[in-house]
Write a protein of this length. Structure first.
Length: 242
């Protein structure tokens, strides 16, 4: 399945339902990620980095209206040059998802972030995929992987997972009217089976062993100030402590 095919499916009522949830969570997640360069891999027709405040934000895709045209597992970026990588539904539709994550780890700076979304096999949408495996319909032929598995892959590459969110608890319905009628299932699902939504979003941070943040020496400044503070004497005068 190609990403342009996925873009066409996102125009359907079910695709819009998924996109609405993901856009809201993505905007909240990327808004507080700081740095210099952010890249969105895949779905270049959708600007999912608009809430981020980095000065350089651009899209990378195999085709379409992207600033950089490249395969997701051969990124044309220097090592440790990107602060944020956003991947909407790239892993389940890539021929080599492990290689994609290795490339992401390579191009990210230390403490850089990866934010990715995926379709959940452990959900009503996963059951729909099993039923439609031989039909060739969108997006049911993707290789769905659970959030737990993606977390394990990220951990092996040295990432620390910050958040995992799941949404879209409705059945995979084609009718816009039925989607609206059953939206109450999202509130119920978020409370009683929060990790069994049709889609999930994961935010991971690249950790590098041996690194430590350099902070101002506030304690030394306070100690110096105390050494020079004036103290009162019994005869009413003052003297300075050394």
């Amino acid at each position: 399945m190609s990403m342009p095919d996925l873009s066409a499916w996102l125009d359907t009522p079910l695709g819009q339902y998924l996109l609405d949830w993901e856009r809201a969570v993505l905007e909240r997640t990327v808004a507080d990620i700081f740095g210099y360069r952010a890249v969105q891999i895949g779905l270049p027709g959708l600007d999912l980095l608009s809430a981020n405040r980095m000065p350089f934000r651009f899209a990378c895709a195999r085709s379409g209206p992207a600033a950089v045209l490249a395969n997701e597992f051969e990124l044309p970026f220097a090592t440790a040059s990107i602060d944020l990588v956003l991947m909407p539904h790239v892993l389940e539709f890539s021929a080599d998802p492990h290689r994609v994550l290795r490339e992401v780890e390579r191009v990210l700076v230390p403490e850089g972030s990866v934010v990715l979304s995926g379709l959940n096999p452990l959900s009503l949408w996963g059951l729909r995929r099993l039923a439609a495996r031989g039909e060739g319909a969108m997006p049911w032929r993707g290789q769905y992987r659970s959030a737990m598995r993606i977390k394990d892959w990220l951990k092996l590459l040295g990432f620390e997972v910050q958040t995992v969110e799941s949404g879209c608890h409705l059945p995979a319905l084609a009718s816009a009217a039925w989607i609206e009628r059953l939206r109450c299932m999202d509130r119920i699902g978020a409370r009683w089976w929060p990790l069994l939504g049709g889609t999930y979003l994961i935010h991971g941070v690249k950790r590098v062993q041996g690194m430590r943040l350099i902070t101002p020496k506030w304690r030394e400044r306070k100690a110096s100030a105390k050494r020079l503070s004036a103290v009162a004497q019994r005869n009413g005068g003052t003297r300075k402590m050394r």
